[in-house]
Design a protein around this ligand. Sequence first.
Ligand code: 8YV
Length: 333
Amino acid sequence: MSVRKKPLVVVTRKLPDTIETRMRELFDARLNLDDKPMSPQHLAEAMRVADVLVPTVTDEINDAIINQPEVKVKLIAHFGNGVDNIDVEAAHKRGIMVTNTPKVLTEDTADMTMALILAVPRRLIEGAAVLTEGKDWQGWSPMWMLGHRIGGKRLGIIGMGRIGQAVARRAHAFGLQIHYHNRKPVAPSIEEELAATYWESLDQMLARMDIISVNCPHTPATFHLLSARRLKLLKKDAYIVNTARGEVIDEAMLTKLIESGDIAGAGLDVYEHEPAVSPKLLRLAKIGKVTLLPHMGSATIEGRVEMGEKVMINIRTFLDGHKPPDRVLPGMG
Ligand code: 8YV
């Protein structure tokens, strides 16, 4: 009796052990135990030999890789929410389905956003460094290490999808006034719950906020949404927090405006040229003007396991001839 061959699934990065083990049970899973990012050549080869590719944000699945001759992959089951590293349109045209892992990283990302909203005005990292970097702490003093209160301030959320709303719920509980810009207003019941104010005009909202949080995906329409012109609309004492994608902000101009004192500071988890972080931003971090994190908004073990579960569900339903639950279509961004 012939044994049915398991489909070949290439996983580009190291995933939690429980996920990798289950993947080995279900599929002929080619894992990346060393976690060394795959080169474009290796990614291209994987597209030629695998039935399913499981990439992450660090893999660029571009038109050239998708449209090379003799592609075998039929499903790109992305381990991640944002799909700006994948040319979804090219994949769609080539008959390759793309899925992602929405919902399971919403709350973790919103927690980290809230942490950054607190960190910059309250000088969290600067304060911690006084003790850990051997600076000489002389004890408490009334006028020392003063930051700014966040309660009562206005928070402008750009992108009121799942993550934007989760940030709004937290910020509302911290006493911030919620404002937002989105393609369309959210349901009246949500606006009421959050006491949220909708701004159709991003320009008008930007000019009035104390803190801006970027929570929209990176798409061609949102590239440099916070352009040089728009960044100049911000109040001098405003802060920007970005846990979405670096490309949404003109990072060079943001850096310049913080250096010149035209924007008070920023909390960034993502960068325009990731993993490169500009030396100018690093200098601003040293003097407490910005808090910088290395893209760890969704980095919890619980979240990574749930992402892995979603990837496997998407693969299984696809292989069984059903529509996977987390299909990504061109323009969905
Ligand atoms: C993930 C993210 O860790 O899912 C996203 O969009 O930005 C991250 O939080 C990463 O994408 C995994 O591929």
